[in-house]
Design a protein around this ligand. Structure first.
Ligand SMILES: C[S@@+](CC[C@H](N)C(=O)[O-])C[C@H]1O[C@@H](n2cnc3c(N)ncnc32)[C@H](O)[C@@H]1O
Length: 179
């Protein structure tokens, strides 16, 4: 199963309706999440360094009017600032796919947890420590489990359920729950 298909299926399995996404990029996962059910709302965070982020946002707004918010800036700053907003929802599901440095992934998991309801679902991408960009997310995810912040539910390597991430594999992601 591809990751976007997995996200949409997870939303249906869990009945998640309010979704936090860290790392919007070209908006492909946002679209998959929003398309999963008509009453889903997504708030995405992204640095906004790529010009195409703005075109992607316009496209998402045309396709899913009033259901998506994009907050630009470094997630280490924007998530805590967003948490202080009185009108913020408590999220049912977080998809962590932003900065891949361990410090950023660690902060994103902790800040996402603070924005989610207890027991909310969390998906992290790139648990591929055999690739340079997978080292940080893997370390941050393992640390969050060891610290009792998250319990892992499923891991998929190239769309196949496994017990733990293992080489070889191009796309590895995990689903867990915030404790
Ligand atoms: C892999 S892409 C996200 C892909 C997207 N989740 C999808 O599946 O369609 C990673 C994104 O994280 C963003 N990013 C990297 N570091 C960040 C940070 N410190 N704060 C916010 N966003 C960051 C990048 O700008 C990039 O768009």
């Amino acid at each position: 199963m591809e990751e976007q298909e997995y996200l949409a299926e997870l939303v249906r399995r869990t009945s998640a309706r309010t979704i936090l996404e860290i790392g919007f990029n070209a908006g492909l996962s946002s679209q998959a999440l929003l398309a999963a059910a008509p009453d889903i709302r997504v708030v995405s965070f992204d640095l906004g360094d790529h010009a195409y982020v703005h075109q992607a946002k316009e496209y998402v707004d045309r396709r899913f009017p009033g259901r998506h918010e994009l907050i630009l800036g470094d997630s280490r700053t924007t998530l805590p600032r967003y948490a202080a907003r009185a009108d913020r929802p408590l999220f049912d599901l977080a998809f962590v796919d932003g900065g891949h440095e361990v410090e950023v992934a660690r902060a994103d998991l902790r800040n996402a947890r603070a924005l989610c309801r207890p027991g909310a679902h969390v998906v992290i991408d790139d648990l591929t420590p055999w690739r340079p960009w997978g080292v940080g997310p893997t370390a941050a995810w393992r640390e969050a489990i060891a610290d009792g912040l998250i319990v892992q539910e499923e891991v998929l390597v190239d769309g196949v359920l496994v017990d733990e991430p293992s080489e070889p594999g191009d796309r590895v992601w995990a689903w867990g729950r915030f404790l």
